[in-house]
Ligand binder design. Structure first.
Ligand SMILES: [Mn+2]
Length: 272
């Protein structure tokens, strides 16, 4: 197995500053790889040697910004076609849109997020943004199941237009076992699975480094339980977005996400 780590620090149309989060997580991956390279004693990370490639995109020129969606789709398509595990380190949540557009109908996306990104209220923009981008996915759309949201605005009818199912933070808090069982059943019928983590899914006490914190979020061990429930060899990749280092407190978020990334890399490369 090979892993392609794509640093995609796009953070326009919401969540400014999260591009720096993507770059920081990319640095963390490079540090993991460098440490492994320098280690002379046997260690679990030996399985990563020579099997993980990091590529970084930049959005600094008008040309790069104008082409962001196509650049993202091409990058995602190439990695998925090559059968590589794709770890997408995005800026804002919108930066994951090109990946979702490349996954196709036979893929089930398990999306961890405090929000349901289909907002269209009087005070939200109708233009493409990080808060409404799920309305803009080009067909064929993947199946999307949302986990951990704390939304108090949207009606069930509106939610049902975009999501196959949603499990709110209340559902998870009151019966995580049932949620895990139902998620496992949902991914069983999918050909491929994608894990999409908007890091504000976590409780702000666990991960303060987000621009739109909502209380009553996921505890870290609960997230691990649900991640484990949906994990299998059908998982073709994972995206992580909305990490805002400027809001971090004593590197709490960086530590959590750095550990999570190393855990995922080891799981991908130790499977089978
Ligand atoms: Mn969110």
């Amino acid at each position: 197995m090979r892993t392609n780590v794509t640093v995609f620090p796009f953070d326009l149309f919401g969540g400014a500053g999260t591009g720096a989060g993507a770059q920081l997580l990319g640095d963390a991956v490079n540090e993991i790889l460098d440490d492994t390279e320098a280690e002379t004693r046997p260690c679990r990370a030996d399985v990563l040697r020579g099997n993980v490639e990091v590529r970084e995109f930049a959005f600094e020129t008008m040309q790069q910004i104008r082409a962001w969606r196509k650049t993202g789709r091409d990058a995602a398509k190439q990695a998925l076609k090559a059968g590589e595990f794709l770890l997408w380190l995005g800026g804002n949540h919108l930066s994951v849109l090109p990946v979702l557009e490349e996954l196709g109908r036979d893929c089930c996306v398990i999306q961890f997020d405090a929000h349901l990104d289909i907002y269209a209220f009087h005070d939200t923009t109708s233009e493409l943004s990080h808060g409404n981008f799920l309305r803009h996915i080009e067909a064929p759309r993947p199946r999307v199941i949302s986990v951990g949201h704390r939304d108090l605005f949207l009606t069930p009818q509106e939610i049902g237009e975009t999501f196959e199912a949603t499990y709110s933070a209340v559902d998870v808090a009151t019966n995580a076992d049932r949620v895990a069982t139902e998620l496992r059943a949902a991914v069983a019928s999918a050909k491929r699975v994608w894990i999409d983590l908007d890091v504000d899914a976590f409780d702000p006490a666990v991960l303060p480094a987000v621009l739109q914190p909502l209380p009553f979020g996921l505890a870290a061990p609960t997230f691990l339980k649900l991640l484990d429930a949906v994990w299998s060899e059908k998982v073709v990749g994972m995206s992580i977005s909305e990490f805002s280092p400027a809001c971090d407190v004593r590197d709490t978020g960086l530590n959590l996400l750095g550990w999570l990334i190393e855990f995922v890399l080891l799981r991908v490369h130790t499977a089978g």
